[in-house]
Design a protein around this ligand. Structure first.
Ligand SMILES: Nc1ncnc2c1ncn2[C@@H]1O[C@H](COP(=O)(O)OP(=O)(O)O)[C@@H](O)[C@H]1O
Ligand SMILES: [Mg+2]
Length: 257
């Protein structure tokens, strides 16, 4: 029996995110091939693999920014809705942080974080502000609340993007290469925030090649190649003793550059 059919105590499903037999094509290109992946509440999963292997498409499918051709994706026991209000609610449950921070350039840092709770969740402005300030403090940016995004460094902007996602009080956070657009000296300040989130018990799916993060924070590494999950293991096991030739080859490349 797999995780998706087990029920945890209290009747909530054991898997917070469950993909079963998920397939996705872009024209003739088969980008997700029979993906089965379940992520338990509080689990941190790092997804790693060569460029073009389908990692971003996987994240986007979980947030339903992409449709899928077959299979099912369940979030907290419910299938992803097709559209409408239910889809908006689901999106609020899935926080997403991209490589490019995508902050609203003409709004202050504080407004960037309060906008979602006010517009989507109908939160009162004062309450949203309080929540936003506490989240900005959590990511170490509270002193920048009144500034515009362009006045912040890339690392700071990415931390704001994390605060903005957290402001929707998501059940799961997806990170798609959150540090790959950053200057090297800013990578750690973002990873540190993510490690903190992981320690606080956030359920996270993180596409990253930062092995330090994986070792420190991940419960599991999922290796993707050519649209398939080729191998899954605990970080230490995966990095020191990859089983598949694909993973061995990939790791030898990222370890030597
Ligand atoms: N909107 C799209 N239309 C057509 N092909 C796409 C689209 N998005 C991604 N692809 C292709 O799908 C494959 C997987 O892409 P992606 O999920 O971005 O991989 P990764 O994030 O692992 O680099 C790649 O070959 C990519 O070129
Ligand atoms: Mg990608």
């Amino acid at each position: 029996m797999d995780d998706t059919t087990q029920k945890a105590e209290g009747g909530s499903p054991a898997a917070l995110v469950a993909l079963t037999g998920v397939n996705k094509h872009f024209g003739d290109l088969h980008v997700l091939k029979d993906i089965d992946l379940s992520v338990r509440r509080g689990e941190v999963v790092v997804v790693i693999g060569p460029s073009g292997s389908g990692k971003s498409t996987l994240c986007r499918a979980i947030n339903r920014l992409e449709t899928i051709d077959s299979g099912t994706i369940e979030l907290d026991g419910h299938q992803l809705p097709e559209e409408g209000k239910a889809l908006a609610r689901l999106r609020a449950d899935v926080g997403m942080v991209f490589q490019s921070f995508n902050l609203f350039a003409h709004k202050t840092i504080l407004e960037n974080v309060t906008l979602g709770p006010i517009k989507v969740k109908g939160m009162k402005s004062a309450e949203a502000k309080e929540l936003a300030m506490s989240l900005l403090e959590r990511v170490g940016i509270e002193s920048q609340a009144g500034k515009m995004p362009a006045q912040l460094s890339g690392g700071q902007q990415q931390r704001v993007a994390i605060a903005r996602a957290l402001a929707m009080q998501p059940k799961v956070m997806l990170f798609d290469e959150p540090t790959s657009a950053l200057d090297p000296e800013m990578i750690n300040e973002v990873l540190d925030v993510m490690v903190g989130l992981a320690k606080d018990g956030m359920t996270m799916i993180v596409v990253t090649h930062e092995m330090g993060f994986a070792r420190k924070a991940a419960d599991r590494v999922v290796f993707m190649a050519d649209g398939q999950i080729v191998e899954e293991a605990e970080p230490e096991e995966f990095f020191t003793n990859p089983r598949s030739e694909r993973a061995q080859e990939f790791l030898s490349k990222i370890l030597t550059h």
